[in-house]
Design a protein around this ligand. Sequence first.
Ligand SMILES: Cc1ncc(C[n+]2csc(CCOP(=O)(O)OP(=O)(O)O)c2C)c(N)n1
Ligand SMILES: [Mg+2]
Length: 407
Amino acid sequence: MSRGDDACHGSARQRTMAGLALPAHKPEGRAFSYEERHTMADTAKPKSGSARSSGSKRRSRKDTSHDLSKENKDTLLDYYRRMLYIRRFEERTSQAYTQARIGGYCHLNLGEEATVVGLMSALRETDYLFTNYRDHGYAIEKGMDPKRVMAELYGRVDGVAKGWGGSMHMYDTETRLLGGYGIVGGQLPLATGAAMAVTYKGGDEVVMCQMGDGTTNIGAWHESLNIAKLWNLPVVFVVINNFTGMGTTVERSSAEPDLYKRGSAFRIEGERVDGRDVLAVRDTTTKLVERARKEQTPFLLEAWSQRMKGHSVVDPAKYRTQEQVEEARADENDPIAIFDAKLTKAGILTDEIRDEIAASIKESVAEAADFAENSPHPDVSTLFDYTYATPVPNESRRMPADPVFAE
Ligand SMILES: Cc1ncc(C[n+]2csc(CCOP(=O)(O)OP(=O)(O)O)c2C)c(N)n1
Ligand SMILES: [Mg+2]
């Protein structure tokens, strides 16, 4: 067992000392293979045997390609534009972070653009959204002004949360994104509570609760799914499976690595979708969201895709081999390259349109960065303004070392 294994799971000695007869972690624990990931989209319906055993009896890759002639061309180009917007916005964010213009933690949606756009295309404006810390793309897609999202990243007063939240805490009651949460699983009980409020008030809104694969082993997962089903709440739990929680693979952390099945203990129906395919995500999500609205009951959706970079901007992702990194960034896994090829083949996306879209996005993202750069930092006198729900006697705006604290 390596040092890393000890650090994560406790050494054999520690387990003995604790008087526990726990088995050592399975040494064969591993990530899904490339082939397994490719065949995952076939496994939307529960079946015997997990993806783990699929190596020996590989299924043929299902053709999930949509008949584009039935789609509105402008809508398809809009999806393309929105996905590319998130890509360029996140690249600019990464650049600003490495230039120390953005501080704190910072996690990007690179590689998840089709999932973000597909999910958001299935929601009504009045539906609610809760996400984890990987929230920039969702904020833009839910309707927040990208300039204000960038200003939030820069920690400036014009940010959506006045610069106090930063990357992980996008929040806006108007567009109904009720946060960005840095605590893994923190959003689940809140989303469940929001769905209860909707039911209590007799509304027809649906709550979407986004999270990562690593979140499905947190206590709040079990508590929230249980209550959501028990009380028949209109919430769609969405697991973004990028196969890793920081550096730990799904295979290593989940006894049931087919995550869409994880709702079965609560009798919550689950589906899995190829998160690189924007139309597949839109369709599957629309089906579940509308069922949640009509049937007033929760659903579970797993969307899988690859993380193009490390866990956060500063993570060099040394736990992945060069081959795995190349695989994650390859055109055949890149949701934008996949959609570009599809639209080009169908004659919908031409060189001229592509250039036009690219140029307008470049301009808009640059504008967002300029706006953030020119927005003021919050004044130090506002330091305590949003700390307490009710006013506290800090009119003096004195700092912690000042006498008011010594009284
Ligand atoms: C309760 C809690 N435990 C641990 C952490 C540290 N942590 C931050 S992100 C993360 C991994 C989460 O992975 P996943 O849910 O798969 O989301 P992803 O980053 O892959 O999108 C961990 C363990 C935390 N923020 N909160
Ligand atoms: Mg993950």
